[in-house]
Design a protein. Structure first.
Length: 388
């Protein structure tokens, strides 16, 4: 068998879902608004078929796209990275992970402080990651108290300056929080260590030292089923963290989209009979959350330039999927994730022209397609769209 590749362009949604009003995301359209605002040209993704999915001001549809194309609807409750990636892997969540729009209950904060040995925390409110260190960084340096904050997503985030608390200590605090505090009714999707550096007025996050501690995924998912059938599984980027380190033969963590693309291209030369799951995070982390459509467009152009190399490395029997996990519209008033459809592009080198795959009923169609590709029978949600 060849290889089945899934690349998740983190946060690159393509229009609000029908239930977006339940999430405060009516009118969100990450790809559409970035295209309309910046007029970004993406010639390689255009040939693949990106402009065939939805109308885009700067990316026209083509008559003979390289990829089969469509978009997918999320059915799990939520709009965060864990929920989106889990659904891609065949896991549906009937109840969303808990969120804390007013901050965490005092009993959670008290338990965290007791477990890690600190005398109180700062903030305990929903915040932008860059804004929270700008506003509370000085007080953190004076008191040594960790900055604890959340967002619209189900996350417990802890930020400390590396001159006050070592990155290793911060990681350990977050591991303890994950395993001993954020459990039961407070089982958040992720506990995230957010180290930063610098002095007053010049604080910067140390993004490559961030570490996510995910909830434990259900045992029944595409990676577990492929493992039972002798298929190797590889993670590139933050995928391994979203699945709590479970289910992969090997993983490669990355600092940026550029490194993720480089690692992926390198991996394509050395794997066979493998499922490769890739996350490219810059769209979301650097630009969506910071309402920066120009930066978002630049990140799309960076990926567009890598597309020819990726396509040239595909073997005739490989399958490549390009998709996303949620939206993160940098043109909207919000800095949070958005409940959006996500793009779906499937390249099969032995099929010269793609076809319209329509609106898929769940992200889990990718899991079903991967299982179909490797001839694995399994009772997971989703419908295969593989064309043999």
């Amino acid at each position: 068998m060849g290889n089945f590749y899934v690349i998740v362009l983190d946060g690159v949604g393509c229009g609000a879902q029908e239930d977006a009003d339940e999430y405060g995301d009516v009118g969100s359209n990450t790809l559409g608004h970035v295209s309309a605002t910046t007029k970004v040209e993406l010639p390689n993704l255009q040939k693949v078929g990106l402009g065939n999915i939805i109308p885009l001001d700067s990316v026209a549809p083509v008559i003979d796209p390289i990829a089969s194309y469509g978009k997918m609807r999320e059915v799990s409750a939520g709009k965060d990275s864990t929920t989106g990636h889990w659904e891609i892997a065949g896991i549906h969540l009937e109840e969303a992970f808990p969120t804390y729009p007013k901050g965490f209950p005092q009993e959670v904060i008290d338990a965290f402080c007791k477990k890690v040995g600190v005398e109180g925390v700062l903030t305990n409110l929903p915040y932008s990651g860059t804004e929270v260190i700008a506003e509370y960084g000085d007080e953190h340096l004076k008191t040594g108290k960790p900055i604890v904050y959340t967002s619209a997503d189900s996350v417990f985030q802890v930020a400390t300056n590396d001159s006050v608390t070592s990155v290793e200590q911060l990681h350990e605090w977050c591991r303890i929080a994950r395993e001993e505090v954020l459990i039961g009714e407070h089982n958040v999707g992720r506990v995230i260590a957010r180290p930063f550096t610098g002095e007053s007025g010049a604080f910067e996050r140390i993004s490559d030292k961030r570490q996510d501690f995910s909830a434990i995924p259900p045992e029944k998912n595409v990676m577990a089923l492929l493992e039972k059938n002798g298929v190797k599984r590889y993670s590139v980027g933050k995928i391994i963290d979203l699945f709590a380190g479970i289910g992969f033969t090997q993983y490669r963590k990355t600092k940026s989209n550029a490194e993720g693309i480089s690692q992926f291209l390198s991996m394509m030369h050395g794997v066979e009979n493998s499922f490769v799951f890739v996350n490219l995070i810059d769209f979301d982390q650097l630009y969506g959350h910071r309402n920066d459509p120009k930066g978002f467009a630049g990140s799309l152009k960076e990926f567009d330039k890598a597309v020819p190399a990726i396509l040239n490395n595909l073997r005739d029997d490989d399958v490549l999927i390009l998709t996303a996990d949620h939206g993160n519209d940098p043109v909207s008033d919000s800095t949070d994730h958005a409940r959006e459809f996500v793009p779906l592009l499937m390249v099969q080198p032995n099929k010269k022209v793609g076809e319209n795959l329509g609106i898929r009923s769940t992200f889990s169609d990718i899991a079903a397609t991967a299982l179909d590709y490797f001839n694995v029978d399994a009772d997971l949600p989703g419908t295969s769209f593989l064309r043999r």
